[in-house]
Design a protein around this ligand. Structure first.
Ligand SMILES: NC(=O)c1ccc[n+]([C@@H]2O[C@H](COP(=O)([O-])OP(=O)(O)OC[C@H]3O[C@@H](n4cnc5c(N)ncnc54)[C@H](O)[C@@H]3O)[C@@H](O)[C@H]2O)c1
Length: 259
């Protein structure tokens, strides 16, 4: 019954982990902590520390925890920086996804939900973005997410893998006051940083036409989602390392570099 959340120590992944817990579904996290925090993971949830690029570790984790499905949230999400770091972006988001899928195939795990992005659409020339809107990513980040979707699709054809890709836009808010978006580049952290500093948030966007499709979901339906948004930065960053349980495999895994 157990599900694996890659990137479960990150902003979105930590919410996914909480949703599994609320539903009473056992969950295990695989995270290299390159941009996440072990303190984001609730007590009682095992964190395997290591990279999705380590196929042996991924396979061992799937088998040891009898995983039946994966929510693949781990990724390098900085679209702007990806232009300067294309190889790193492709390695984390494309190679990482391919390694994960191969490990799943070896372990007989046939369900995956993929954290894709609205960045696969680029800047569509339309008022409403729907699922069938042509994909035209404008950065290595968007391209890497689109390739990730293709990997799932093609693996589905080849092996019967059941998959879905979520293309959300700027995710915002916190379903738990201790979990927040720590990104130095995302829109809403920048807006709230400016507000808390007494400055007027500035945007360099040239259009306000783009709207997102219903599929561009947030990570939580908690009624406290919006109310807690403004408290994101007030919450103290969780301490690391924590005393949370880790597997022996995790202890030997080599984390990839923080970006
Ligand atoms: N936040 C958004 O607005 C947004 C929008 C669209 C898509 N996404 C996608 O959702 C996912 C999560 O976003 P987030 O905002 O939670 O980012 P985040 O940086 O907070 O979380 C990513 C997590 O993945 C982990 N990670 C990164 N590379 C890894 C690797 N190779 N192996 C194991 N763990 C690794 C990080 O340590 C971190 O805990 C990303 O894939 C991102 O591209 C985010």
């Amino acid at each position: 019954m157990t599900w694996l959340v890659t990137g479960g120590a990150g902003y979105i992944g930590a919410h996914v982990v909480r949703s599994f817990q609320e539903a009473g579904v056992p969950v295990v996290v695989l995270d290299d902590l390159s941009s996440g925090f072990d303190g984001f993971v609730p007590e009682g949830v095992v964190i395997v520390r290591g990279s999705i690029l380590d196929g042996e570790l991924v396979e061992r984790t799937l088998r040891e925890h009898a995983v039946v499905g994966v929510v693949h949230v781990a990724g390098y999400k900085y679209a702007g920086v990806s232009v300067q770091r294309p190889l790193h972006t492709y390695e984390q988001n494309v190679t990482g996804t391919a390694v994960l899928l191969a490990a799943m195939e070896r372990a007989g795990v046939d369900k995956i939900v993929f954290s894709s992005s609205a960045a696969v659409f680029g800047t569509p020339d339309t008022d409403l973005v729907v699922e069938g809107t042509p994909k035209s990513p404008e950065s290595p980040y968007g391209e890497s997410k689109l390739i990730g979707e293709w990997l799932l699709r093609d693996q589905g054809v080849a092996t019967g893998l059941q998959h879905t890709s979520l293309r959300y836009f700027n995710v915002v808010g916190s379903g738990d006051p201790g979990v927040y978006d720590a990104s130095p580049h995302n829109l809403f952290p920048l807006v709230f940083d400016a507000l808390l500093a007494g400055r007027t948030p500035a945007s360099t966007a040239t259009t306000t036409r783009r709207r997102t499709a219903p599929a561009c979901a947030t990570t939580s339906t908690s009624p406290t989602w919006r109310a807690r948004t403004s408290r994101r930065r007030v919450a103290s960053r969780p301490a690391s390392p924590s005393s949370r349980p880790t597997t022996s495999a995790a202890a030997t895994a080599s984390p990839c570099a923080r970006s």
